[in-house]
Design a protein around this ligand. Structure first.
Ligand code: SF4
Length: 412
């Protein structure tokens, strides 16, 4: 397999993405960015664990001074890992962050409900990035596409790629090429198809930008690792992917060994210590997902549990509920990891049902596009419960929310 060689993107002084550079491993803090000491501590641990880029959420302009302080302190300590600001909705915040950190992740479509206004704000943002040498990620997720695009193409992988192309074409018009693009979904089949569509479209346009690849809201434990490996490896094995994140609903330090393993597996580096679970997911998952095989052969020597998990991650057979859980970030409104474990424990019998546990009301509802039921933190100890994309109960105290969710599922 030969890696595609898109244009390279420079992040800070030393890090290159694409253009034949090795796959870059990245992760994201789950601290509140405004808590400078907690965020700094986590950045130090992530850098020590091997993160090559670290993302922090910046909910609004009020959080930019904290980001500045974190960035300044890390540089003073000699830590050079580039920081990425994660922005939703506020173009003003994106513009201010572009003056502070090495890279900014945005979904330009949510800069403004009016599409033409969003385009104008995106152009303004790109000019600031150009002036400051800041890299950009255009990050679109399944479920957060604008109405204008879903009306034309449905909520499909093709629509995701089309939406990304519009923003990439704008980058070209603005003569801005320091841009990486991602099209994540929690459904591995949707995610793989979306990236493949996008690669085709970029090749036809003559401008191939580097790709950030990941399965979003993959959950935790073995299932989260297997799902991430199946989705990411399906693309890396055909040379698609220049930087990766394995999103787990766990401490972000635990994401790095999995992502580093994937990066090594698809490089010329020798892997000193093999981990059988990841190898099995990487080897069999993509072949199942692409329907090259229908079953994992007995000769593979995998136990029933691992075979079932890989089949489910590749969406070929469902033997338990399908869980969607965000990794959590500075917007998370409650104890996400514990809640997710409890929801799993109490719903394990609901084979085939899609259940989402999301950290915040800002992005959670949009990003659990495939879920039958959703548990979404509102903040202030309250939770909203969603059924097929619609809120059915709001402001439930979190001490009662799992019981209420179970009652609603049983009554449905
Ligand atoms: S859904 Fe989760 S990861 Fe996404 S912004 Fe909200 S808390 Fe953060």
């Amino acid at each position: 397999m030969e890696r595609r060689k898109p244009k390279h993107v420079r992040v800070g002084d030393d890090l290159l993405i694409g253009g034949g550079a090795p796959i870059v491993v990245q992760t994201m803090c789950n601290t509140h960015t405004s808590d400078v000491q907690a965020s700094l501590g986590q950045c130090r641990r992530l850098a020590a664990a091997g993160a090559q880029m670290i993302r922090l959420t910046v909910p609004g302009l009020q959080d930019v001074p904290a980001l500045k302080e974190i960035h300044r302190s890390l540089r003073e300590e000699g830590c050079k890992v580039p920081l990425v600001a994660d922005i939703h909705f506020s173009s003003d915040t994106a513009i201010e962050c572009a003056k502070v950190v090495e890279k900014v992740r945005i979904n330009p479509g949510n800069f403004h409900p009016d599409h033409e206004t969003a385009r104008r704000k995106f152009a303004e943002f790109l000019r600031v990035c150009k002036e400051h040498g800041t890299a950009v990620r255009v990050g679109l997720n399944h479920g957060s596409l604008g109405k204008y695009i879903t009306e034309l193409y449905g909520n499909t992988p093709f629509a995701m790629a089309k939406a990304a192309m519009e923003w990439l074409d704008m980058c070209v018009e603005e003569d801005f090429f320091n841009v990486v693009v991602s099209l994540k979904a929690s459904n591995t089949v949707v995610m793989v198809q979306a990236y493949r569509e996008l690669v085709k479209m970029m090749q036809e346009s003559g401008n191939v930008f580097p790709l950030h690849v990941g399965v979003t809201e993959a959950g935790n434990g073995d299932a989260g690792r297997i799902k991430s490996c199946v989705g990411i490896a399906s693309l890396l094995r055909e040379g698609i992917g220049d930087t990766i994140r394995v999103s787990l609903t766990e401490d972000p330090e635990k994401e790095i060994p999995v992502a580093a393993y994937l990066a090594k597996y698809f490089s010329t580096e020798t892997i000193a210590e093999r981990n059988p679970l990841l190898d099995a997911a990487i080897e069999w998952g993509p072949r199942l997902l692409d329907r090259e095989i229908d079953e994992i052969p007995e000769s593979a020597g995998l136990g029933e549990y691992l075979r079932d998990e890989i089949m489910q991650a590749a969406r070929r057979r469902f033997y338990r509920p399908e869980y969607i859980a965000c990794p959590g970030c500075g917007r998370t409104m409650y104890r996400l990891e514990d809640t997710f474990e409890e929801v799993k424990r109490r719903t394990l019998h609901l084979k085939g049902m899609v259940i989402a546990v999301m950290g915040c009301i800002v992005n959670g509802p949009g990003e659990m596009a495939d879920a039958d039921w959703g548990y979404v933190g509102e903040g202030g100890g309250r939770v909203s419960i969603y059924h097929r994309g619609e809120p059915v109960l709001r402001h439930v105290p979190d001490s009662e929310a799992i019981d209420k969710l179970l009652e609603l599922i049983e009554a449905a």
